[in-house]
Design a protein around this ligand. Structure first.
Ligand code: AQP
Length: 345
């Protein structure tokens, strides 16, 4: 079903990505998303980065914590290196185009497409009948987030690959139905180290904000001691020391994950990490990993705390970002209204 043809779309190249304000950001969000955002900005891409609060209400959440969590995500984006003057940083609910385009796309997407989405199945488990319609519809809103800006590239972790394919399918079906070469087929930018960071307690599960086990993740706001403790306590196995090559990852998902984290932070391949640490004990490797993680994260944590202590600066960035986002999305929405045939004043 997926439309893999090279898009004929000739509009500007633009990056869009979003992060949910659903709890403390972790190392997976940093390596899979935030770090890439900054690299793309430094490479000269026009980028739109959204705190996706509409997505965050698809599951039970704490109403009173939403504002502060929204600020925390914006603070993390800035602390990781996004410049709110160069890139657009804003809260999703402050730009109406997302929900309006989501409705149009609800009439494009097919039930069968959504029923295949594994994230819904994972989150709903056996209780799918009791889940919100919003959770089921999540990937359609995600398609609207991206396409309201005609974004062409979407940096995300590997977990979002299937949703991105759905966005392409929706864009292709819209273009076909309305005989308009209107939307680009957005491409995922997933490759690279850090695309899938796993839980520190179970190397087969992704590191996640909503995992009830606090020791399963390293949060961006953890202090140096907490990071070191979490890495020291991270699960390994009884199969001996560090393997000397990647063949030794077989049956050792936790070890593979720790080596991957080291490599993503240090800018090294798994082979390079193992050339240095292969055959050594975890008593040597884990402290080295902790030191590297602290070295990377502590300036980010410090800047995030500084920004969180001064929410005016974050709010000003979010307000300005919302205005700039609207200025891009509104003309696109106006064309969508005309294309689908609505009466216009
Ligand atoms: N473990 C991960 N490894 C690499 N990338 C990851 N991302 C999330 N987890 C990992 C990437 O971070 C971005 C923001 O994700 P999100 O917060 O919008 O939603 P999510 O993917 O559902 O993240 P969580 O942490 O698992 O949140 P909860 O627990 O609330 O569902 C995305 O680009 C994602 O790929």
């Amino acid at each position: 079903m997926s439309e893999q043809d090279t898009p004929t779309y000739a509009g500007p190249q633009r990056v869009f990505s979003g992060i949910q304000p659903t709890g403390n950001l972790h190392l997976g969000n940093y390596l899979g998303a935030l770090k890439k955002f900054t690299r793309l900005q430094d490479d000269g891409w026009d980028g739109i980065y959204c705190v996706v609060d509409l997505h965050a209400i698809t599951m039970p959440y704490d109403t009173g914590a939403m504002v502060s969590q929204t600020r925390q995500i914006a603070a993390a984006m800035i602390a990781c290196g996004l410049d709110p003057k160069r890139s657009i940083i804003f809260a999703q609910s402050s730009v109406r185009a997302h929900t309006e385009l989501c409705w149009v796309f609800n009439c494009i997407a097919r039930m069968g497409w959504l029923e295949k989405m594994t994230q819904f199945k994972d989150k709903a488990g056996k209780n799918s009948e009791r889940m919100s319609v919003g959770l089921f519809d999540y990937p359609v809103l995600q398609a609207a987030d991206i396409l309201a800006y005609k974004a062409t590239h979407v940096p995300v972790g590997e977990d979002q690959q299937q949703h991105l394919e759905l966005s392409r399918d929706i864009a292709a079906r819209f273009n076909e139905q309305y005989e308009a070469d209107f939307f680009p087929l957005p491409e995922a930018l997933i490759e690279g180290p850090g695309a899938r960071i796993m839980s520190l307690k179970d190397g087969t599960k992704k590191m996640s904000k909503s995992d009830p086990a606090e020791n399963s993740r390293i949060n961006l706001i953890d202090d140096a001691d907490t990071i070191a403790k979490k890495i020291k306590k991270s699960k390994t196995d009884m199969l001996g020391d560090m393997p000397s090559d990647t063949g030794g990852f077989e049956g050792r998902p936790e070890v593979k994950n720790l080596v991957g984290i080291y490599g993503a932070l240090a800018g090294m391949s798994d082979d390079e990490v193992l050339a240095e640490y292969g055959g050594k004990g975890f008593g040597v490797f884990k402290p080295a990993l902790a030191e590297l993680a602290v070295e990377h994260l502590s300036p980010i944590t410090a800047r995030m705390r500084e920004l969180m202590d001064n929410p005016d600066e974050i709010d000003a960035a979010l307000r300005d970002g919302a205005e700039r986002a609207k200025a891009i999305a509104e003309p696109i929405m106006e064309e969508v209204r005309q294309t689908v045939g609505f009466w216009r004043p």
